[in-house]
Design a protein around this ligand. Structure first.
Ligand SMILES: Nc1ncnc2c1ncn2[C@@H]1O[C@H](COP(=O)(O)OP(=O)(O)O)[C@@H](O)[C@H]1O
Ligand SMILES: [Mg+2]
Length: 412
């Protein structure tokens, strides 16, 4: 799935990094002259006008703004950091080798995992490329189990060609969770957030991200007829903004027994980026057992941002973030009936950096990971505007909704 926009080849990315680095250091030597400003600007434009769709959009937005006015507001350190992030993103595009834990595969419990590891098939990669016959003989598995585990491993790694009708079968099996607002549901493709992928809601402070997460926790529990999928929610809270009170209000507004609703939301506070990564790995183990159909990470990168400060740490941060997002993607791939929904901040304050204010934090590492991306901004009073930024199959558009005590509502 992440391959949808990975057009940049590794070789190309590497060339780009080299080229940019040289340019950057040249411009540094020339000091604060006008020429340097133009060079940096050109360089950024060049990086931005990558064949990547998102960056193309950004370029269009930027070019409509008067550059001189914007340039006055740029702080040099900020350019450097943003620039480095872009460069790293390009390099990171080539990164696809990820080590999966075989215990994440459906059907692999501790016993089978041990058998496989002892026989030398301790990685998902190994299982995916080993003929069933060998796994049966050397790993001591039954034929059915071996076939099942191999298919799961191949699926997790996205191996093999499929005909479009098979892909269509999977798409048809995906379900949706209502956001409680018709207009927001429509923006999302008809009836809300889709399972089997990652949906990212991003925007500034108080734009309703956390409110939408709470609403989804209630709605996922509803029957299919009422816009839910009869499942539980798992809420990973990195900012300490989860409020059961809000769940109670939203549940009561729908005439639900709030005690039941609260019991169906499994909550974990993540205290650091490491902890957050670990919680998602743990989540994979309880999804099926606990009937979890919605996984929320609110917010995705705040810990990463807080912990990895300064330019020297950016590479590490992006790499870890990349792994974390791949964990989430794998989870969505392996469990097509589970929706993964994350929130994110905007990259920088629009008045400080001339970059697109609608660009989310984390750069392309996040952009490539999320299947559907929605940008939120404030409207009049309690109104909020959602804009579809990126979806493989949905039209771009906007929806207006309202934040109320009862939850996410349509405007009258
Ligand atoms: N009980 C409530 N009744 C009505 N509106 C609320 C209530 N609680 C929060 N809100 C609205 O939600 C906003 C905060 O949105 P939130 O989702 O927490 O923002 P963020 O995008 O930062 O996560 C508040 O500014 C307020 O407008
Ligand atoms: Mg929030």
């Amino acid at each position: 799935m992440p391959a949808k926009k990975k057009k940049t080849s590794k070789a190309k990315a590497t060339t780009k990094v080299k080229k940019s680095t040289t340019k950057k250091s040249t411009s540094k030597k020339t000091g604060e002259s006008k020429v340097e400003e133009i060079n940096e600007d050109e360089l950024l434009e060049e990086l931005i006008s990558d064949d990547d769709e998102i960056l193309e959009k950004k370029t269009k937005k930027n070019s409509s703004k008067p550059k001189t006015e914007a340039n006055n507001k740029i702080k040099k350190s900020e350019i450097d950091e943003e620039l480095e992030e872009e460069i790293l993103d390009a390099a990171m595009d080539g990164l696809s080798e990820i080590n999966y834990d075989i215990k994440d595969l459906p059907g692999v419990g501790a016993t089978i995992a041990k058998k496989l590891t002892d026989a030398g098939f301790g990685t998902v990669n190994a299982i995916a490329i080993t003929p069933a016959k060998i796994l049966i003989e050397e790993g001591g598995l039954g034929e059915k189990t071996a076939q099942k585990i191999i298919s799961a491993a191949r699926e997790a790694l996205n191996i093999g060609f499929k005909t479009a009708d098979i892909v269509w079968e999977r798409r048809k099996s995906l379900a949706r969770i209502t956001t409680n607002s018709k207009s927001l549901d429509e923006l999302l493709g008809g009836s809300g957030v889709e399972t089997g992928g990652i949906t990212e809601f991003y925007g500034e402070y108080r734009t309703g991200k956390t409110q939408i997460m709470h609403q989804l926790c209630v709605d996922v529990q509803m029957s299919r007829d009422d816009g839910g999928i009869n499942g539980k929610a798992l809420y990973i809270d990195t900012e300490g903004t989860f409020r059961p009170e809000r769940l109670i209000q939203m549940a009561e507004a729908k005439g639900l027994d709030y005690k039941e609703v609260l019991k169906n939301v499994i909550y974990a506070r993540a205290y650091s980026s490491d902890h957050q990564i670990m919680l998602i790995k743990d989540a994979m183990k309880i999804i099926a057992e606990k009937n979890i159909k919605l996984i929320i990470v609110d917010s995705l990168i705040s810990h990463f941002r807080a912990e990895y400060i300064g330019r020297g740490t950016l590479a590490n941060r992006q790499q870890l973030l990349n792994l974390h997002i791949h964990d989430l993607l794998r989870l969505a791939e392996m469990y097509p009936d589970v929706a993964v929904v994350v929130t994110n901040q905007v990259q920088s304050k629009p008045d400080v950096f001339f970059g697109d204010p609608t660009k989310s934090a984390g750069g392309n590492v996040v952009a490539h990971g999320a299947t559907v991306r929605i940008y939120l901004r404030k409207g009049k009073g309690d109104q909020r505007v959602a804009k579809m930024i990126d979806s493989p199959n949905l039209a771009e558009g906007e929806a207006v909704f309202r934040l109320a005590e009862e939850g996410i509502l349509d405007i009258e």
